[in-house]
Design a protein around this ligand. Structure first.
Ligand code: PGA
Length: 259
């Protein structure tokens, strides 16, 4: 068992689901169901338009509010984009950046992800950086190369101190929304690689401290065995985070809370 003391994080990514009342009700139910003794971090990432309502619903709780994306520019003629100061104004302290759906559907490159990570950090927003390989990349033996390229790209030109609060989410694309979870061993292998790669970029102490979350069909039924892996420090949860009872079970997973 490692000697580190990483605080686990369980994050819910609500994607393009729910209208504001539904989102506020779900946030309130999650807030209500949290064990007050719980030490780890819980994060909710609603759609931009629901941020204000969820922020209000979470008042008085320690649940973290996050956007699902953020623009890299501060203001100006960028129709459809939402700036770091705007997400902060809506109550966010964190921003998910580089989710595979942004990369695949909205054609975001590592260079764009890097600009967004820089903009978030500059504005005091914690980036939750998503990386992960596609099925084709895994089957052709390129998983580690892809992860290395994504990590090097995302953190290019950013110092260890600037990136000190960043959270990384390893999400194999083939496991997202498919019901196919990576096995705990597959996930652990990738997480160990991610930590090793971060050690090359920022050194051992940084790499030992960073939280690496697993994402991809995390459910009440599989969270315990995933969280029991030494390098899995949390979960980024899509579908299962839309059901209060199920997500509360994920949040209150049964593995040892501090590894
Ligand atoms: P999923 O999504 O849990 O529905 O697979 C995870 C994610 O995309 O963050």
């Amino acid at each position: 068992m490692a000697s580190h003391n990483r605080i686990p994080m369980i994050a819910g990514n609500w994607k393009m689901h729910l209208v504001s009342k539904e989102a506020a009700d779900l946030a309130a139910a999650i807030k209500k169901g949290l064990d007050p003794a719980l030490k780890h971090e819980v994060l909710l990432a609603p759609t931009f338009t629901n941020l204000h309502a969820v922020h209000a619903a979470l008042a008085g709780s320690r649940v973290i509010l996050s956007s699902q994306d953020v623009a890299w520019e501060e203001k100006g003629a960028f129709t459809g984009a939402v700036s770091p100061s705007q997400v902060k104004d809506a109550g966010c302290t964190h921003a998910i950046i580089g989710h595979s759906e942004r990369r695949k559907i909205f054609l975001e490159t590592d260079a764009v992800v890097n600009l967004k990570v820089k903009a978030a950090i500059k504005n005091g927003i914690v980036p939750v950086l998503c990386i992960g390989e596609t099925l084709e990349e895994r089957e052709s033996g390129r998983t580690f190369k892809v992860l290395e390229t994504q990590l090097n790209g995302a953190f290019a030109g950013i110092t260890a101190a600037e990136a000190s609060k960043a959270v990384i989410a390893y999400e194999p694309v083939w496991a997202i929304g498919t019901g196919k979870t990576a096995t705990p061993a597959q996930a652990q292998e990738a997480h160990l690689f991610v930590r090793g790669q971060m050690e090359k970029i920022y050194g051992k102490a940084w790499a030992e401290a960073v939280r690496v979350l697993y994402g991809g069909s995390v459910k009440a039924e599989n969270v315990d065995e995933l969280m029991a892996q030494p390098d899995i420090d949390g979960a980024l949860v899509g579908g299962e985070s839309l059901k209060a009872d199920k997500f509360l079970r994920v949040i209150h997973y049964q593995a040892a809370p501090v590894k």
